[in-house]
Every structure is written in structure tokens, then in C-alpha cells.
Design a protein around this ligand. Sequence first.
Ligand code: 5GP
Ligand code: MN
Length: 336
Amino acid sequence: MKNTFETTKVIQLKALCSVSSTIAIVSHTNPDGDAIGSGIALTRFLRQAGHEVRFFVPNHFPKFLAVIPGTEEVGIYGELCDAAHDYIADADLIICSDFNQIERLDRMTEAIEANVIAPRVLIDHHLNPPEYELSFSDTDYSSTAHMVYDLIEAWGGTEAITPEIAVALYVGMVTDTGNLSYGNLTPALYRAVASLIEKGVQPLEISRAINTQSESRLRLVGYLLSEKMKVESDRHTAYITLTRAEKTRFNHQIGDTEGIVNMPLAIEGIDFSAMFIETLDCIKISFRSQGDFDVNLFARTHFNGGGHKNAAGGRFFGPMNEAVATFTRIIESVHP
Ligand code: 5GP
Ligand code: MN
């Protein structure tokens, strides 16, 4: 059986940390609960172990994630610019958490690339990981937060998990699995969840925070499902489009579209769902599937993206109607 956190690799990580005066942890653009939860947990854990650590993400995360203690310390690269750039470019060690391609760092990529000296460590659960000096990469994990949990256990035991770190890990685990409803729902995951609850996590409080939404987001969901969802039953596929004008109309805030792409999968016979979101510079596309259809491969092959087998994303550079036309042409032949 493979052991992602085998002793020799954990010793290597400890050694890398102990020779580094400053450590930068970085995670992906449009950070979600797992990016923020695993990043904060790792930051706090390494600080407790005596290291100088800062955690950066390229842009803002959804407001509800403030339920995690420590979100105020997360460096938003787009706002800090020079200070964040200098810290990352001068760091002695860079830990890449919860992403597999450097482009996922968006505008933060330049800061990482400016640092040609620091070794890279990867902690991630996506397919197609990059080659780094030290990689903890395992697609069997449903969240990077669960990986960080196992890393802490392998490093010296879960006693180091404070109630605050427990909340961060818990939020990562439950958000990346849609409240423990998809992904690799293993006994080990439930044991980790149980131990975090023993550390003081209040599941009801967290689920209330995660599921609370603004009136405008709820109305946006209603509008998209009734007016914008197209169902191609023969192709077992459904898709939704959202334009910039519609975002304005529904007072769109960061995180408001989170999870909507999963909704069409509830329709009987639908195994593939896509959501097209118009942004300033491209159409951002999310893909979800259930069963064997590999949306990571689909996103990589057709839409400059990637992700996991059942959850991936990509981008289209062109207008919305062309993105949708391209998509519907492809699904004539490629569909579950
Ligand atoms: P989402 O649809 O929630 O943005 O992303 C779903 C999954 O696909 C996430 O695990 C994310 O890491 C991955 N993903 C989303 N967009 C991209 C992209 O443009 N490139 C790659 N490589 N992965 C993506
Ligand atoms: Mn994740």
C-alpha cells in the first residue's frame, strides 16, 4: 500500500523547513474552502513548529470562509503586490498547496518564477502533478486538508492540532466533498473528521456558516436553473451560462457561483455538467461529472484546463456564444 507521508519524505520536509529562514505557502486563484483551510492549517502548524511562514493566494476568497480562525492573516497577492512579491521572491522554501499547475497561481506566478533558488514542495490531490524537489501528491485524497491532517500526524502526531487548526482542516474537508457527499469518502476521512470534532469543531456552526447565502445569490441560482440551464438528455449533459451583465444584475460577489455547476447532476440521467462564466478576460468553465466520464481529460484536451476526474475547470478565449458552440460541437461525439 502506498504511504504518501512516508517517514523519509517527512524527515526531508522537516530538514527543508529547518534550513529555511522564511517559508512561503501559496495556493490557487479563486481560492475555495480547501485552498484556504489547508493553507491556514499548514501555516499555523509550521509556525508552532518554530518556522517563519506566510500564506498567499492570488485573489479574494468567499466571505463565509471567515469562519476559519486566521483568515485575516492570509495574504491577498493582488492587494499586497510589492510586499507579497518580495516575500515570495525572497523565501527560502516555497510550499505549493492544493494545485497542480503553476498557471493556477494566476498573477502570483511571476513572484514564484522570480525565485529561482527556493526548493519547491508540493502538497496536492490533483492529477498530473509537477516535478518538484519534494512532492506529496495523491489523488486518492478528497481534499488537501485531509493530506495536511495526515502530514501533521506523520510529522509528530495530531496533538499539534489546536482547535483553530481543527476548524481550518474541517472546513477544507467538508467543502471539497460537498459536505461529505462526493469524492473519495473513505473510513480514514471520517476518522479524521471525527477526531477534528473531538478537538472542538462544532459541525452545526460550520455547516450553517458554509450554507448561509445572500438573497441575491439564492435568486441567481433560481434564475440560472429556470432560465439558463440547457439539458441535452441524449448526451447525458446539462450546461449553464452566466454573462457579466447577469452578474451585475444579481449583484454577484466572489463565491456566489460556487456549487451551481453540481446542481444539474441531480437530474436523472445527467452525468456531465458544465458552467460557463464570463469574466473580463475569458470564459471560465467548470466541469463536473459522476461515474466514469473523465472531465479532467475533457478540460485538458479541449479547454486549456484540468482538475480531477469528476471536477475540473478550464478557460475559453472568445465570446460566450463561441464557447457554447464549441462545447456543444464537442459533446456531439464526446459525452458520457
Ligand atoms: P472549479 O470548477 O471549482 O473552478 O474547479 C474544479 C476543479 O478543477 C478544481 O479542483 C480546480 O483545481 C480545477 N481547475 C479549475 N480551473 C482550472 C484551470 O483553469 N486549470 C486547471 N489545471 N485546473 C482547473
Ligand atoms: Mn482541493
